[in-house]
Design a protein. Structure first.
Length: 271
């Protein structure tokens, strides 16, 4: 927005490509314990700039389970602390009516630690909600009876950007959209970097075991997507493609991603 805060908007599309409706007002503005407080910042805002803004809520991942929509996002809390992961939710009924009655957000990552790229599986696994919060050096998933957190509870996570030596993903950044269930297992898209080409974010895929998604069954030997178009290499972060949403429609995979932190892009492939 004009204030320099990142907010979340709403747009809808029947075919997944052409925009039928786009609201002029935000659908979500960070508030509550996860909101950014801009006063008394102790360091330059330049380090936190992203997509034309320098704080707020970014990189949302949405998961529908039963009659509720859950959203994790990167939250900028204060200028004294690094970004973390916040969780909020809204009823499907309110969302479809565009009544933005979001539940007050809660920080679910440990304070004073940098955390991004957390997703909720779109269905319970072995009767429990599942949150995937790291894919490097291991797949880390925590399971819960409920997604109701309080200010004293958080998920301890561990991340190192290790990848497969000699491969295109030798520096793994993090998970992309919430995993998609397929006949082979959970399809998980992720972002990675090749140390030999360090200025390019690329997107790959892995298949996780359906019953135990901490197990990787398959992993792509080449990127599914890499920045090659002009609009992916011109902007706030040239060479960066970053996906937070994907869906399957009529046996086709639609991947939605940001190009250079400047434009929204879509890629389609047969599943």
């Amino acid at each position: 927005g004009h204030s320099g805060l990142s907010v979340l908007g709403y747009a809808s599309s029947r075919d997944g490509i052409h925009i039928d409706e786009r609201l002029t007002e935000p659908a979500y503005i960070c508030s509550g314990p996860s909101a950014c407080k801009m006063e008394n910042k102790n360091f330059s805002s330049y380090a936190y700039t992203s997509g034309g803004s320098w704080s707020g809520c970014e990189d949302p991942r949405i998961t529908k389970i039963d009659d509720r929509i859950y959203m994790t996002y990167t939250a900028f809390i204060t200028w004294d602390t690094p970004p973390g992961i916040a969780l909020t939710s809204i009823s499907v009924k309110d969302f479809l009516k565009k009544h933005w009655n979001w539940k007050a957000p809660i920080l679910i990552s440990p304070p004073y630690e940098i955390h991004k790229n957390w997703v909720i599986f779109p269905e319970k696994i072995n009767g429990k909600f599942a949150i995937l919060h790291s894919i490097s050096p291991d797949i880390l998933i925590d399971y819960f009876d409920t997604l109701s957190f309080n200010e004293n509870s958080c998920i301890k996570s561990y991340y190192k950007c290790f990848g497969r030596e000699g491969c295109w993903d030798n520096r793994i950044r993090g998970i992309g959209p919430p995993p998609i269930k397929t006949r082979e297992g959970w399809l998980a898209l992720y972002h990675a970097i090749d140390k030999r080409d360090p200025n390019k974010y690329k997107i790959g895929a892995m298949i996780l075991d359906e019953q135990d998604p901490s197990k990787i069954l398959y992993c792509s030997n080449v990127p599914l997507l890499e920045p090659s178009a002009p609009y992916e290499n011109e902007g706030y972060k040239a060479g960066v493609i970053y996906c937070c949403g994907a869906l399957v429609k009529e046996e086709k995979l639609f991947v939605y991603y940001g190009g250079a932190d400047t434009v929204i892009c879509a890629a389609i492939a047969d599943l």
